[in-house]
Design a protein around this ligand. Structure first.
Ligand code: ARG
Length: 600
């Protein structure tokens, strides 16, 4: 399952284009012009006046509140920011940088409007950067381990694991795109009582051949019933945990079989979703170090032995619940193994950060583990971070749950793919062959599932509705995929007609129309949206951006004929805009792990 570590960013992203993008450049130039004006007019020295994207089109493209600061602090200025803004704008207009066509004061604000040259520069920059457009080297010094997916051997992944898998994968992509070196790490849990119960099932229940995870699930459900009827079986499960930790040979063999079935099933899911990891770690391999660390805690008085003989992390004085780290029979727990896991990963990767992507019900667990590592004086403790997320529910009746109330990833994907197929048949049933429809539905289904999970900010709960996930007009992955397919089809038609867009690269004199400007101003924002999403580890920011961008693209498409444009100049300019839009959407979807079908 593990793949060798590799840098996934395209080679084209090297130094040359990862530097400063058009919007950043424009912001800097506007700030410099304002600073010079402030100095000349008011003898006021700015470290750097803040210039931001304007909130509304009537405020221009970039906007600065520099006048406020001058009014507050300058000795020679009048105290009225409206006057100051007027003067600043008039002075700045004298030496206006070429990326702007005008500057004006509106109330106390100074607003800048991008010039045709700005849009031309942007188009050029997007086409040169290509797959790397939006990437940066801002994270070059960070080495980040991301613990995600991390399902349990012997059980199918539940919806929480699916959210972790999709979210963690996208965070990996975002961090790589911004220059971090990333280790996607899957932590496969099998050392606990859960697996022991499954071993117990193998001993207690009628023998049968185990083929796949559904058989395991079935076993699991049955043994739970049996334990409920005969609680004394729990003691047997406890002994099994002890024996597993001792490495008892027969158990090891049985576990290997269960492991194989589970890992096969996980790998099928990962292949479907297009997810891979740089490493997989089994928690049972953490047991020896975990035991040593538990004893070290006792030694260093970070933990105490309670009256029942358990070793307990003494955390109440830090406003956290105490944490059992070793049972009285000497076996480890989830928490103890997580201590050893952090230590092991730091030894292996010397990470600057290690991020755990799991449900918010594990918040306490991670706070406790992080605190204990901090008390142990671990140099990496400050770099540990829990990215938690809310619950996922399915509208009842929409999807049948299997025994054990578990919804399998396959069930979810199949339901969404079926919905996507309905949608395609409804729209284009006559145009495509059956196998084409199958392939397209799959790509839309998987992409839309990813999008539906990523769109929601992590702390919020998700009600996942397969039919709603694939509608073509809405806040969906299908909607974004559709815009991309539309770009592709325009470009393909242009090629057929022999229209070349490159010609435009040489001229910057063309006048950009309103919808074109609105779309391109957003394209210019893309690198900043990526940077912000990466910094916060919030892929939903990318989703928000893409939905906005696609709406602007559709407005452009509705207002501006491309291949039927009135003259050649408009035609090539708009083709270049379509090319740039394709880039932005494709790169954005790439950060979410979504690809689009050739047609839909
Ligand atoms: N296997 C755990 C579960 O299903 C998640 C593990 C998360 N990672 C970790 N290092 N504890 O809840």
């Amino acid at each position: 399952m593990a793949k060798p570590a590799k840098k996934k960013k395209s080679a084209a992203s090297s130094q040359e284009h990862a530097q400063e993008y058009a919007q950043e450049r424009a912001q800097k130039e506007a700030a410099q012009a304002l600073a010079a004006a402030a100095k000349k007019l008011f003898s006021f020295s700015f470290s750097s006046p803040l210039v931001l994207r304007s909130a509304k089109p009537e405020f221009g493209d970039l906007s600065s509140a520099a006048a406020f600061e001058i009014a507050k602090n300058a000795k020679t200025a009048k105290k009225n920011p409206v006057d100051i803004a007027k003067k600043l704008a008039a002075e700045t207009a004298q030496v206006l940088p070429p990326l702007f066509s005008s500057v004006a004061a509106l109330g106390p604000y100074v607003n800048f409007v991008y010039s045709n040259e700005f849009y031309a520069a942007l188009l050029y920059e997007v086409s040169v950067a290509g797959e790397a457009y939006g990437s940066s080297e801002s994270g070059a010094k960070r080495r980040v381990v991301i613990d995600y997916s991390s399902p349990n051997i012997g059980k199918p992944m539940h919806v929480g694991h699916i959210r972790s898998t999709i979210l963690g994968d996208s965070i990996c992509r975002l961090l790589r795109f911004t220059g971090c070196s990333v280790v996607g790490s899957n932590y496969l849990c099998e050392a606990g009582t859960q697996t022991a119960k499954l071993m117990l099932a193998l001993h207690e229940l009628e023998k049968r051949k185990l083929n796949d995870e559904k058989d395991l699930l079935d076993y699991y459900v049955k043994i739970h019933k049996r334990i409920e009827e005969n609680p004394e079986l729990l003691e047997k499960a406890r002994v099994i945990v002890e024996d597993m930790e001792k490495g008892e040979v027969k158990l090891k063999k049985e576990l290997a079989e269960v492991r194989r079935i589970s890992v096969d099933a996980f790998d099928r899911n990962y292949a479907l979703l297009g997810v891979s990891f740089e490493e997989s770690i089994f928690d049972s391999d953490m047991v020896p170090l975990a035991k040593r660390m538990a004893l070290e805690l006792l030694d260093k008085k970070i933990a105490f032995r309670d009256k029942d003989g358990e070793i307990v992390g003494d955390l109440e004085k830090f406003a956290l619940p105490n944490l059992i780290v070793l049972r009285s029979n000497g076996t480890t727990l989830y928490s103890t193994r997580d201590l050893a896991l952090a230590e092991t990963r730091f030894e292996r990767h010397a990470f600057t950060e290690c991020v755990y992507v799991t449900g918010s019900e594990q918040k306490n667990h991670f706070n406790q583990v992080f605190k204990i590592l901090d008390l142990l004086g671990k140099p990496y403790a400050a770099g540990l971070k829990h990215v938690s997320f809310g619950l996922i529910s399915l509208p009842s009746g929409k999807m049948s749950t299997r025994a054990g109330n578990v919804v399998l990833l396959e069930d979810i994907l199949n339901a969404v793919i079926a919905e996507a197929q309905k949608e395609i048949l409804k729209r284009r049933g006559a145009d495509y062959s059956e196998s084409e429809i199958g392939a397209i539905s799959k790509q839309i289904g998987v992409g839309s599932t990813r999008f539906a999970f990523l769109r929601v900010s992590p702390e919020k709960n998700i009600v996942f509705n397969p039919a709603a996930a694939v509608v073509f007009e809405g806040d969906t992955g299908a909607y974004v995929q559709y815009a991309l397919v539309r770009c592709r089809s325009i470009l393909a038609k242009a090629e057929e007609a022999g229209v070349k867009a490159d010609a435009y690269a040489k001229t910057t004199k063309s006048d950009f129309g309103r919808e074109e400007k609105a779309l391109l101003a957003l394209a210019a924002e893309f690198p900043l949206a990526v940077e912000s999403a990466a910094r916060a580890m919030q892929p939903h920011q990318v989703c928000d951006f893409l939905l906005k961008f696609c709406a602007a693209f559709n407005a452009f498409y509705a207002a501006c004929p491309v291949l039927n444009a009135e003259n050649d100049e408009d035609k090539v300019r708009r083709l270049r805009i379509v090319e740039a839009s394709l880039r932005v959407i494709e790169n954005g979807l790439g950060l979410l792990g979504i690809s689009a079908p050739e047609k839909m």
